[in-house]
Ligand binder design. Structure first.
Ligand code: DGI
Ligand code: FE
Ligand code: FE
Length: 191
């Protein structure tokens, strides 16, 4: 099993993010590690993926676009119109190049942490869920219930979160990435 330099990754993230975002990063990392423990899966990987999931969040939109263009990472129309979505794709790239992460499961957890995808791995689900329920999040009204559910049934929590996000995006008339919709449709049928 690979040993990751958690301290170093944490320090780098503290440098790369503003204070509020770094608090969120720590919240996601430790919530993901707890979810991994609860599911008897690798908590170190969960910690690494949690620490790195938003590693491109504090990069300017133009820079996110240029990183993707320079490294031949395809940008969809919706991503071009909503470049914040690209922090997932750019984040995967930075995790691989700068942090030398070569574990595909960790890289995919970063890549799909915003939209999800059908047939997510357990680690992908853990990061997606931890991003939504970490202690610093205050938004959703049914958050207490979702937090409890997350530690009982990952799939059930995933579906409620996807449903909440889609409702929220519809309510503010925000364009929906086809992958977000596909993920919801898949898990709605699956669960
Ligand atoms: O980076 P974070 O803020 O921690 O979390 P995130 O990467 O999950 O991004 C959060 C926002 O992304 C949240 O407000 C919901 C939004 N989002 C997820 N899927 C889509 C989306 N926004 C749009 N416009 N379209 C989507 O398909
Ligand atoms: Fe994010
Ligand atoms: Fe996040």
């Amino acid at each position: 099993m690979k040993n990751y330099d958690i301290k170093k990754i944490r320090k780098e993230m503290e440098k790369a993010q503003d204070a509020k975002r770094f608090e969120h990063t720590l919240g996601v990392a430790y919530t993901a590690a707890a979810l991994a423990m609860c599911n008897q899966t690798d908590s170190e990987k969960a910690l690494v993926a949690g620490l790195l999931h938003d590693c491109a969040k504090c990069i300017r939109n133009e820079k996110k676009i240029s990183i993707c263009e320079k490294h031949h990472i395809p940008i969809s129309d919706i991503e071009r119109q909503n470049p914040f979505l690209l922090h997932a794709k750019a984040g995967r790239y930075i995790a691989r190049k700068k942090f030398q992460i070569h574990d595909d499961d960790i890289l995919n957890a970063i890549l799909y942490h915003t939209t999800g995808r059908p047939e997510m791995s357990e680690l992908e689900k853990i990061i997606y869920i931890a991003d939504y329920i970490e202690p610093g999040r205050k938004h959703a009204d049914n958050l207490a219930k979702i937090r409890k559910l997350a530690f009982q049934d990952l799939d059930a929590a995933l579906l409620v979160i996807l449903n909440n996000i889609l409702d929220y995006l519809h309510s503010i008339d925000s364009p929906i990435d086809p992958m977000t919709q596909k993920t919801y449709d898949y898990y709605k049928k699956e669960i």
